[in-house]
Design a protein around this ligand. Structure first.
Ligand code: ES4
Ligand code: ZN
Length: 319
């Protein structure tokens, strides 16, 4: 039996496996610039975050209908359940679909169909987190928040993702204020490729409850002490960090040192179709690479529930 765990950093568009991409391309008569699934997989050799994002956004062309989004989410939940996931807080990127002429309603209703059946079908409770693309304008983010108003009952939190360098959290201060006023909770990617100062901004300017990645906080000892003292959860994604060359090898990943420093760490898969594994695979890989003992693994699993947006009673049931 895999360890029961929650997944808190997972882009649903990053769960698009090559086989499903080709199936959806055929269903929607979309032409993919790859001969077959093996050729596509061979393209998963990334230089950095941007080279991954280029492929990630281009493959989204196959996602067109409510059924597509429902099938995508159900495929993820099936795999996640097999790896011990009991609760999933799932990111999606509305602007990447709206800009292709796919409405927010199509995306949210499709995802919601799979998520609403998830407890029954997979034993996984879910939440949705709507991410703003930080390389788009603050105005575009605000328009997206406005467009989401009919769907707020389905959305728990806002997040911030895409190309980090040069797009600091402070660019989105007003959008985050507006989101909080609508009752949404707040997370943001920070300190993946961007500097430690972006982690500080995410906390102080946006008021996030969790930091996605947060890896580069390690460049600022005072910030590390604060994150530890305030028990701010970090949603780390070790396989992603290796594939996007944020760190050289998994053996070099600072996860164990971060836990030693008292940081509230969780382990997540980010974009599992692209980065070589779902969250159970990720737990296995870090256990081997960093020689983590059972106690450490249990702590990571426990942290994943503590850092989730589940209420206390739901959390106990999920564990
Ligand atoms: C992402 Cl790994 C990563 N970083 C930033 N934005 C993203 N969107 C999807 N995956
Ligand atoms: Zn991410």
């Amino acid at each position: 039996m895999p360890l029961p765990k929650a997944e808190l950093h997972l882009h649903i568009e990053g769960t698009l496996e090559p086989e499903l991409a080709f199936a959806l391309a055929a269903r929607n008569a979309v032409e993919l610039p790859f001969e077959n699934t093996e050729a596509l997989r061979r393209a998963y050799d990334f230089e950095d975050l941007q080279s991954f994002l280029d492929l990630y956004y281009s493959l989204m062309a196959v996602l067109r209908t409510e059924d597509d989004f429902a099938d995508l989410a159900d495929a993820y939940l099936t795999r996640a359940a097999a790896q011990g996931v009991r609760h999933a807080e799932i990111f999606f990127d509305p602007q990447a679909h709206i800009s292709r002429g796919v409405s927010l309603g199509t995306v949210v209703d499709g995802l919601a169909r799979a998520l609403d059946a998830s407890e029954q079908r997979h034993g996984i409770s879910t939440r949705l987190i709507m991410c703003f693309l930080r390389d788009e304008s603050a105005e575009s983010a605000m328009e997206t928040l406005e467009a989401a108003k009919p769907y707020l009952h389905r959305i728990t939190a806002v997040g911030l993702d895409s190309a980090e360098a040069g797009n600091p959290p402070s660019k989105f201060r007003e959008v985050y204020e507006a989101a909080a006023a609508l009752g949404l909770r707040k997370v943001a990617h920070a300190g993946e490729e961007g500097p430690a100062s972006y982690v500080r901004e995410a906390l102080d300017v946006l008021g996030v409850e969790r930091v996605d990645h947060g890896l580069r906080c390690l460049e600022d000892a005072e910030l590390v002490a604060r994150l530890a003292r305030e028990r701010i959860p970090l949603t780390l994604c070790p396989l992603s960090n290796v594939r996007l060359r944020v760190i050289d090898t998994l053996e070099d990943h600072p996860l164990d040192r971060m836990m030693d420093a008292g940081l509230m760490c969780t382990v997540n898969s980010d974009d599992p179709a692209y980065f070589g594994g779902y969250v159970g695979d990720t737990f296995h890989a870090v256990r081997e690479a960093l020689s983590l003992d059972e106690e450490r693994l249990r702590e990571l699993a426990r942290n994943s529930f503590l850092a989730s947006f589940l209420e206390d009673d739901e959390e106990r049931r999920a564990r």
